[in-house]
Design a protein around this ligand. Structure first.
Ligand code: SF4
Ligand code: FES
Length: 247
């Protein structure tokens, strides 16, 4: 495949960025999107030019590090992470636009890398869950209804990639927070801190500069783990309950 890449280049957080064009040939359809960028960077290195900075770690769809805005879609045209996207999803001769996540709460560090530390600070505000230390408990000593366990497991698949924020016109992290709140709130171990967790996480979310949710739904459409929109209803419900309890 021959491709034209239009890539956001920005030297550092303070610099003004701009789109730059690169021609790339001999791209295999079997390459992942990040492998394609690796090929570009090898060529830039060979020419003595600054390679394109982008984030990745596991390259297996589990760490959440690799998000890019590709042709205006968070993680590109498939329901998957950027590292699990393959070049067969694009056409020979295509022009591909590649940008970092755009959100006030995710400042650009360099080129395509943004600082997603705000999501970590929200998680830190979630505090603790109540699990006794010591040897492993007896299986089934804490009964969990099957449907609750399944729901908790499904929403626990959120990898904190931030695509939901990047896709949201309000720059809201409500889907991410809803996933975390629902995951812990469905399980007995998450009950003792349930009220304080939601109040503190929402306060941190707003403090970080994320926007409010207006039920647009772009977040769930962009989510590589298909976290459903109803976790935001759960988030709002838990917040209302906590406020009623005087938190
Ligand atoms: S809810 Fe989905 S899009 Fe948002 S951080 Fe979690 S995995 Fe990524
Ligand atoms: S590099 Fe880990 S999810 Fe993509």
């Amino acid at each position: 495949m021959n491709l034209t890449l239009k890539i956001w280049r920005q030297a550092d957080a303070a610099a003004a960025g701009a789109m730059h064009s690169y021609e790339l040939s001999d791209v295999s359809p079997d390459m992942s999107f990040l492998e394609m960028l690796d090929v570009l960077n090898e060529q830039l290195n060979a020419k003595g030019e600054d390679p394109v900075a982008f984030d990745s770690d596991c390259r297996e769809g589990i760490c959440g590090a690799c998000g890019l805005m590709i042709n205006g879609d968070a993680h590109g045209p498939e329901v998957t992470t950027t590292c699990q996207l393959h070049m067969r999803s694009f056409s020979d001769g295509e022009t591909i636009t590649i940008e970092p996540w755009r959100a006030d709460a995710f400042p650009v560090i360099k080129d395509l890398i943004v600082d997603r530390g705000a999501l970590d600070r929200i998680i830190q505000q979630g505090g603790f869950i109540s699990v006794n230390t010591g040897s492993a408990p007896e299986a089934h000593s804490v009964p969990v209804p099957r449907d609750d366990a399944l729901r908790a497991f499904n929403v626990a698949t959120c990898i904190g990639c931030g695509a939901c924020v990047a896709a949201c016109p309000n720059g809201s992290a409500s889907l991410f927070m809803g996933a975390k709140i629902t995951h812990l709130g469905e399980l007995p171990q998450g009950q003792p801190e349930r009220d304080t967790r939601v109040v503190n996480m929402v306060a941190q979310h707003d403090h970080e500069g994320f926007g409010g949710c207006t039920n647009i739904g772009e977040c769930t459409a962009a989510c590589p783990k298909e976290i459903p929109l109803d976790v935001i209803s759960q988030l709002n419900k838990d917040l209302r309950t906590a406020l009623k309890h005087g938190h």
